[in-house]
Design a protein around this ligand. Structure first.
Ligand code: APR
Length: 230
């Protein structure tokens, strides 16, 4: 069985990491255009580094939860393509060793001058020189608004081939991620949404499971593995 799973901030909420659009979300006290666009970085790189340094610190202090671990277990039973919009490393620390960070990762640094990538320091500052070209153009390796998400060809292809597509903990408000369920359904997959509430794209799914990810994801994974073994 080929399974494609897309995760969003909701899968890390019970690990203590803030989501974006809840009442206490990150976008309630940060302006997207200031901290999550190339223009914002050009205007005030120190502000952007402070924002991501805090998120890198929060992610390092967080622990994966049963939802992250359940997806790592699922990969041992099916042909799983795990796609995440999240930039934390809780999937990796929960045992997933193959995944696509379509919006980049807090653990990555990128040189805006030459494109070189290297492991990010916990605290990144504007003056950090690039290890390759030595220019002081270091930025977080995060995909900002108006930038193209990573590995989209691979993602479209995996979703098109999937027998089952599940979206976990995402509000369905940011494309192209929000369009993956429709793409999966059109290509014949069974589509499943696992979320605490309805999302902007709930109508795109054949099936919905409502509740906290740390409970409903292990339950869903268990049923999928059992179905696979029958
Ligand atoms: N269990 C399951 N789902 C949850 C939980 C939980 N414990 N807590 C919250 N959720 C759900 C919410 O109902 C919501 O649908 O997680 C979703 C979080 O939505 P957003 O905050 O919009 O996060 P996300 O969908 O990942 O945002 C997508 O937007 O800001 C950009 O690049 C950023 O990757 C991010 C993208």
């Amino acid at each position: 069985m080929r399974v494609a799973v897309l995760t969003g901030a909701g899968i890390s909420a019970e690990s203590g990491l803030r989501t974006f659009r809840a009442s206490d979300g990150l976008w309630e006290d940060h302006r997207i255009e200031e901290v999550a666009t190339p223009e914002g970085f050009a205007r005030d790189p120190d502000l952007v580094h402070r924002f991501y340094n805090q998120r890198r610190k929060d992610a390092a202090a967080a622990l994966p939860n049963d939802a992250h671990r359940a997806l790592a277990e699922l990969a041992r039973h099916v042909d799983l393509t795990l796609i995440t919009q999240n930039v934390d490393d809780l999937h990796e620390r929960g045992g997933s060793d193959r995944l696509i960070h379509m919006h980049g990762a807090l653990t990555g640094a990128l040189c805006a001058a030459c494109g070189h990538r290297w492991p990010a320091p916990m605290v990144m500052t504007t003056g950090d020189p690039c290890p390759a070209c030595t220019k002081q153009a270091t930025r977080p390796d995060i995909v900002w608004f108006n930038e193209m998400p990573y590995r989209m060809e691979e993602i479209w292809e995996a979703v098109a081939k999937a027998d089952v597509f599940a979206a976990i903990g995402t509000s369905g408000q940011v494309y192209p991620a929000a369009g993956l369920a429709q793409h999966a359904g059109r290509c014949g997959a069974r589509t499943i949404e696992l979320n605490l509430a309805t999302s902007a794209v709930s109508r795109d799914f054949d099936e919905r499971h409502e509740g906290p990810a740390s409970r409903i994801v292990p339950d869903w994974v268990g049923s999928l593995i059992a179905a696979q073994q029958r």
